[in-house]
Every structure is written in structure tokens, then in C-alpha cells.
Design a protein around this ligand. Structure first.
Ligand SMILES: NC(=O)c1ccc[n+]([C@@H]2O[C@H](COP(=O)([O-])OP(=O)(O)OC[C@H]3O[C@@H](n4cnc5c(N)ncnc54)[C@H](OP(=O)(O)O)[C@@H]3O)[C@@H](O)[C@H]2O)c1
Length: 263
């Protein structure tokens, strides 16, 4: 299927590694232009270099700490300066701190709120009016299956991902008639640095080996395995493309069947 992304311009946040980078790569493969951002310049330079070796030269990068409002404002201005328009935004963020429900400190809650929830609100506040004026656009928020079903030990995610889904569902109603689509993509367990970190933390907490931890998580996935980043990013590229023109206000899981809700 031709996704018709050849003349489209995107911005992907938290895109120096993992899921964000994989979505950026997939959009580039489809012929789109992409601005990569994350909070760490050297990680971004490494990512851009990696993309160069894969045939995507001169991918623009911009340092943006998503917990900072001014950084987000500068990122949007930069995207407009580079591209002259913004067809799509992928909102991704660093994983919030893990821990059981009563062990998260006020400071951890505040940082997680700024990173997971307020970054999406702030990005949408600035980018949706631009898209409305252009006559359309697409926002895709990377969250987690915790938006639908809690995950062991991920209290902040279990609390804040549903809030993001709720905010975006309501926003999607308000702007659908202006041809701006908003969707949420909820990864289950996709193999990235973050998954390795969480596995290592659980292994330490429980005294299990990494293999035992991996087997424990795989057992709750009907497909019996973790996902690959390409299996995730191809769905994202579709949702961002004009081929998904009648899909808005949805939360789509890419999780090997993990979530047990019917809808
Ligand atoms: N992988 C999974 O299976 C899975 C499942 C469910 C949900 N998720 C969620 O999906 C998101 C991405 O996961 P991942 O597995 O790709 O994680 P990852 O490999 O650890 O990558 C995280 C990305 O976030 C960036 N980042 C961290 N703090 C940032 C900040 N303050 N401002 C801007 N960027 C920041 C990092 O770049 P810099 O360090 O360069 O800033 C990096 O590019 C996370 O929120 C995670 O919780 C992942």
C-alpha cells in the first residue's frame, strides 16, 4: 500500500532511541521529512548518524526537554522554520518512573505528570491551531497498554496514560470537523532499551534472572513473545497517513493480544 507520505512533514518527540526513532525511520522510509527531537544532543547526533548510514542524510535534529514548556515552544517554531508546515506530530516521551502505588514521591509524580501528560497538552495547544489553519493534520500519541489495563509496578504510567487518552479523545471530537485527526497508539512490550531497563529492575527487585523475567512477561502475551520495533512503527506510519483518513479518537494497541478488554 502506498501511504502517500511523500510530501508530508512530521515532528517526532523523544526520538533519539527506541519507539520514537523507529517511527521516525518508518516515516523516512515512506518518503516523508522528519524532525527528530529528544533531550540529549549527543543521543540525537548518534541517531541522525545511524539514519545516515541507512540512506537518510541530513535529518534535522532539535534538543527538546519535554518537561519544559519553553523547549516545546521552540521545537514547534523550529519545525515551522524548517518545513514551513507541520502535517503530523508524534508525541512520545521518556518512560515515567516505575514503583508500587504508595512508593512514588511527590517529586516523581510531578516529573511524570509534566513529561507524560503536560507535554502532550502543550504540544497539542501549539500544533493543532497550525494544522487547523493548514486544512488538516494528524497527531499520534505513543502511550502504553497501561491506558487500558494496569501493568505491574508501573504506577505512574497506569495513572497518567489513561489521562492522556481521555484528553485526546475529547480533543479529537472538537477538531475532527477541521480535518485534524488525533489517535493514540498503545505499545504492549516492544523490545527497546526501556524494556531491557524495566526487566533488569524487576529482576533485581524479585531476585529472578533476566530469562525468568522475560518468560514471566511473555506468558501474559497471547502471542508469547515481545514485539519488534518495526511491527510497531508500521502501524504508526499508517495511522499518520492519509490512508487512515477516517480514523480519529481511537486508542490502538500493538501488543500481541495482551490487553483483555473487548474494545
Ligand atoms: N518499549 C515498550 O515496550 C513500551 C511499552 C509501553 C510504553 N512504552 C513507552 O513508550 C515510550 C518510549 O519507550 P521506549 O521503549 O522507546 O524507551 P527508550 O528506548 O528508553 O527511549 C526513550 C526516549 O525518550 C527520550 N527522552 C527521555 N527523557 C526525555 C525528555 N525529558 N525530553 C525528551 N525526550 C526524552 C530519550 O532520549 P534522550 O535521552 O536523548 O532525551 C529516548 O529517545 C516511553 O514513554 C515508554 O514508557 C514503551
Amino acid at each position: 500500500m502506498n501511504l502517500d507520505l511523500g510530501d508530508k512533514c512530521f515532528m517526532v518527540t523523544a526520538a533519539s532511541k527506541g519507539l520514537g526513532l523507529s517511527v521516525a525511520r518508518e516515516l523516512l522510509r515512506e518518503g516523508a521529512r522528519v524532525l527528530l527531537s529528544s533531550s540529549n544532543r549527543s543521543n540525537l547526533e548518534i541517531a541522525a548518524e545511524k539514519l545516515k548510514t541507512e540512506g537518510f542524510s541530513d535529518v534535522p535534529i532539535w534538543v527538546t526537554d519535554l518537561t519544559k514548556k519553553e523547549d516545546i515552544q521552540r521545537l514547534i517554531r523550529m519545525a515551522q522554520n524548517i518545513f514551513g508546515k507541520i502535517d503530523g506530530v508524534v508525541t512520545n516521551c521518556g518512560g515515567p518512573p516505575a514503583g508500587p502505588p504508595l512508593a512514588i514521591t511527590d517529586e516523581q509524580w510531578q516529573t511524570a505528570f509534566d513529561s507524560v501528560f503536560m507535554s502532550v497538552v502543550r504540544l497539542c495547544r501549539l500544533v493543532v491551531p497550525i494544522m487547523e489553519e493548514q486544512g488538516g493534520g494528524s497527531v499520534l500519541a505513543i502511550t502504553s497498554t497501561s491506558a487500558k489495563q494496569p501493568i505491574e509496578n508501573l504506577t505512574t504510567s497506569n495513572s497518567l496514560r489513561p489521562a492522556v487518552a481521555g484528553f485526546l479523545k475529547y480533543l479529537s471530537n472538537e477538531i475532527a470537523a477541521k480535518n485534524v485527526r488525533v489517535n493514540v497508539i498503545a505499545p504492549g512490550r516492544i523490545l527497546t532499551d526501556r524494556t531491557l531497563e524495566l526487566d533488569a529492575a524487576l529482576a533485581k527487585r524479585t531476585g529472578k534472572s533476566m530469562d525468568e523475567v522475560r518468560a514471566h512477561y511473555s506468558a501474559e502475551i497471547p502471542m508469547g513473545r515481545l514485539g519488534d520495533v518495526d511491527e510497531f512503527s508500521t502501524v504508526c506510519a499508517f495511522l499518520l497517513s492519509p490512508r487512515a483518513s477516517y480514523i480519529t479518537g481511537q486508542t490502538i494497541c500493538v501488543d500481541g493480544g495482551r490487553v483483555q478488554s473487548l474494545f
